[in-house]
Design a protein around this ligand. Structure first.
Ligand code: SF4
Length: 668
């Protein structure tokens, strides 16, 4: 029987380049792995499948090596490479225990091009040659460059006598589509939890219009990587070839390389939230820190420096042996220890309260009632809480649109009246395949908000950013809607925008950022300093009596209260003495995909698509999959409920803070 070779593939090489210890955990069922490498939802949301297919279409005559078996794929590739001129998709190349699959390999005589295709946006003006001011490779492109460097390194050794050149093929943000309905040419089919792209018959390179992918030569950058060092251990930097040999040997023999603890441990895919019990999958992070620092289970109980929200010098502290948050000093944070002033907490206050949970007034959490009340005095009833769901599809909907332009497909809108009544006033969702929703989105939002002049609330900068992008889109739109000016004025009235590097203008009814209020006036240690609504809501629910009293009864829903929950629901429910996260009370968005997968899509998307990944994945499925009417309705229904909970969560925050401010004011 043939022994299976444990190859160092390009994805395993990339893991080792991040941290050599990861090689030991990858692919092992008994270790937790939150990585998105095989999350089809994330790839779907990012448009990775479609971009790959688009790249193939741009190389007519290419032959695909479909075979998953390594040896069969190697044999087929070797046979194809006998030809003088050939284009191969997924070419398999190996040398020793190093193995790569090349997205597009182009051979012409002795010249070989290795083309790595990525659903990552690129702008020649902004990203240039991927180098920073000091000539170093930019960190956001480094993993892609390392990937193609490894491929060139393997191919050069496997194919002596050839000149191997490296390219990245990226989504060119500077281009715009010259044809309508381009993205609808790339449908996806879900088969046994795997996605396949189906290209509309008759699609030719000519029918795709302007080429939306940039083929960027990166031999110079690859030379830099190949002549540099890679880390094999905490104090073990080796030249590229030696490091690759060490990685390959460790992986082949399944030997663990030493952990390299750094700030990256905080986001490590092998990090579980707690020390595992016997029946759970193991946490690589806990194993690493136990080995590196001789930690045992109790050491992991409190906060670590990894929990310092927004702190940029975590690796330096780790290198100095400062590991637990309680060991951090004011000097480490470069903080004077002053109490919060009239403008509320700064980031430093929040970081310090994680290290030393002793804030003015003491108690379970810190709340600046007077500061909150001052801000609240500016608010005008009725209060409008809004939340958007957006996507950024790689391949545009319509002619004139750029790749990864914002697509605003949904909003929810709650109203809080002066007498305390709460109403889910309006919502909007458009996920019809091939329909660009942006202009109708702005119209629907204007109609929802223009009935009075009450204050409008968002949570975080997202809504402001989206509306400013839609304003720009309207300004340059080739096919202006007749109400273009009215829509632009509406956007300007509720947003803030920069008009010069130093000057911002604010609309008369500019949205108020509740996240900003949370950051200044509310700190709960369980949020670890984060202001994400997904962290703040559970903290508030666990500590607010008014939320418990209001939402522990099944009385949210029905006419005049909710547009989606016909049957009343109790949002405050307990399990083992802890309040259940309200989002966990909702049925999953997809019943054919696990909740873990949906959550994973939320966590690890690229910069273009941060936050709300599950909603983006849902939108992508509604756009690109041929779904039955029933499944389509079920996904849309789930999207509406999730978005409703997003704006209800904002209402809950206001209710909890109002109650806390009243309680604070009545204290002697
Ligand atoms: S927890 Fe840290 S040291 Fe361990 S594998 Fe992850 S990044 Fe490496």
């Amino acid at each position: 029987m043939n022994q299976v070779v444990r190859y160092l593939t390009k994805s395993r090489f990339k893991l080792a380049a991040e941290c050599p210890r990861k090689l030991y955990y990858t692919g092992k069922k008994n270790y937790l792995d939150r990585s998105l490498d095989d999350s089809f939802l994330a790839a779907l949301a990012e448009g990775g499948y479609q971009v790959g297919e688009l790249a193939c279409l741009m190389h007519p005559g290419g032959v695909r090596v479909d075979e998953l078996n390594h040896q069969v794929a190697l044999a087929k590739t070797a046979e194809l490479l006998q030809q003088d001129e050939v284009i191969i998709f997924e070419a398999a190349i190996a040398v020793g225990t190093l193995f790569v699959r090349v997205d597009v390999l182009r051979k012409s005589g002795t010249r070989i091009e290795i083309i790595e295709v990525k659903a990552k946006s690129y702008s020649a003006k902004k990203d240039g040659d991927f180098k920073g001011a000091k000539g170093q490779l930019k960190s956001d492109f480094l993993p892609y460059l390392q990937d193609v460097a490894f491929q060139r390194y393997v191919a050069q050794q496997a194919l002596p006598g050839h000149q191997v050149h490296a390219f990245l093929m990226l989504v060119d943000k500077e281009q715009s589509s010259t044809v309508d309905g381009l993205n609808q040419r790339f449908k996806v089919v879900l088969e046994e939890r795997r996605l396949r792209v189906q290209v509309t018959p008759g699609t030719t390179p000519e029918s795709l219009g302007q080429f939306l992918l940039a083929k960027v030569p990166v031999d110079g950058q690859v030379d830099m990587i190949l002549s540099d060092t890679l880390r094999v251990g905490p104090a073990d930097l080796r030249p590229f070839p030696e490091a690759v040999d060490a990685f390959a040997l460790a992986y082949t023999n399944d030997n663990p390389l030493p952990p390299v603890p750094s700030s990256a441990c905080g986001g490590c895919q092998f990090k579980a939230t707690s020390w595992q019990s016997a029946e759970q999958t193991k946490s690589g992070f806990h194993e690493c820190w136990s080995q590196a620092f001789k930690w045992s289970e109790p050491d992991f109980m409190g906060s670590t420096v990894l929990d310092l929200w927004g702190f940029l010098r975590k690796t330096q502290l780790i290198d100095q042996g400062v590991l637990k948050a309680q060991q951090v000093t004011l000097e480490d944070l470069k903080f004077d220890g002053e109490e919060p002033g009239i403008d509320g907490m700064t980031r430093k206050h929040r970081q310090w309260y994680i290290c030393q949970p002793a804030w003015p007034g003491g108690g379970e959490y810190y709340f600046d009632g007077a500061g909150y009340q001052n801000a609240r005095n500016e608010w005008k009833f009725p209060l409008h809480c809004i939340d958007f769901e957006t996507s950024a599809v790689a391949i545009p909907f319509a002619s004139g649109r750029h790749p990864y332009e914002i697509t605003a497909f949904q909003f929810s809108h709650h109203v809080v009246h002066n007498d305390g009544r709460v109403e889910h006033r309006s919502q909007w969702l458009c996920a019809k395949p091939g329909v660009d929703p942006n202009i109708d989105f702005v119209r629907a939002l204007r109609d929802a908000l223009c009935k009075d002049d009450g204050s409008i609330f968002r949570w975080s900068a997202h809504e402001n950013t989206v509306l400013n992008k839609l304003r720009e889109e309207l300004l340059v739109s080739a096919t202006s809607p007749t109400d273009k000016d009215a829509l632009i004025s509406f956007i300007e009235s509720i947003t803030s925008r920069s008009v010069s590097p130093k000057e911002k203008v604010h609309g008369a009814r500019t949205m108020i950022d509740l996240c900003d209020i949370a950051e200044k006036f509310y700190f709960h240690p369980s949020t670890k300093g984060s202001n994400s609504l997904k962290k703040v809501l559970p903290a508030l629910m666990n500590s607010s009596t008014v939320l418990r009293d209001t939402y522990s009864k099944a009385n949210y829903g029905g006419n005049g209260v909710s547009l989606n929950f016909v049957e009343p629901i109790a949002w405050w429910q307990e399990h083992d003495g802890k309040v259940i996260d309200p989002y966990a009370l909702l049925p999953p968005v997809f019943d054919d995909v696990s909740r873990d997968e949906t959550d994973a899509a939320d966590e690890g998307l690229s910069e273009e698509l941060k936050e709300g990944g599950a909603a983006m994945a849902a939108y992508a499925r509604l756009q690109f999959e041929d779904l039955s009417d029933a499944r389509r309705a079920s996904i849309e229904n789930a999207l509406l409920r999730y978005c409703e909970l997003d704006t209800l969560a904002m209402v809950m925050a206001i209710q909890a803070w109002d109650h806390m401010a009243t309680a604070a004011a009545s204290k002697p």
